[in-house]
Design a protein around this ligand. Structure first.
Ligand SMILES: [Zn+2]
Length: 117
């Protein structure tokens, strides 16, 4: 089970509050948000997002992507993303996403158990 999923209501890290519905676990940051998520699901409301990022994965991707960031900053002479070309930004975001996916697939290899949405 992934422990660092985010709250389905506000996006803060889930703190161990879980609501299970049709074999899907929804994480929550607090009892209050757990209740709200429960109400929304019972009303048949679709939650805004079906997937959430793993906070640890985001941190990992940020750290792993630092080198790419510095490389492009050096090329462009600017640390400001809006001064980079679209290609440079794409290349940077691609690096972040790949690093994030690396982290997630490592997690996936570690456990085959329930996923929290
Ligand atoms: Zn919340």
């Amino acid at each position: 089970m992934k422990k660092s999923s985010l709250c389905g209501e506000c996006g803060l890290p889930a703190q161990g509050f879980l609501y299970k519905h049709n074999d899907v676990y929804y994480g929550s940051c607090s009892m209050e948000h757990l209740e709200r998520i429960k109400e929304r699901i019972e009303k048949g409301e679709k939650l805004a997002r079906k997937t959430y990022t793993n906070n640890l994965g985001v941190q990992y991707a940020r750290k792993q992507s630092k080198e790419k960031y510095l490389e492009i900053a050096k090329q462009t002479g600017s640390f400001e993303l809006h001064k980079w070309s679209n290609e440079q930004r794409d290349s940077f975001f691609n690096t972040i996403i790949l690093n994030y996916l690396d982290f997630e697939s490592e997690l996936g290899n570690d456990n085959g158990s329930d996923e929290i949405l």
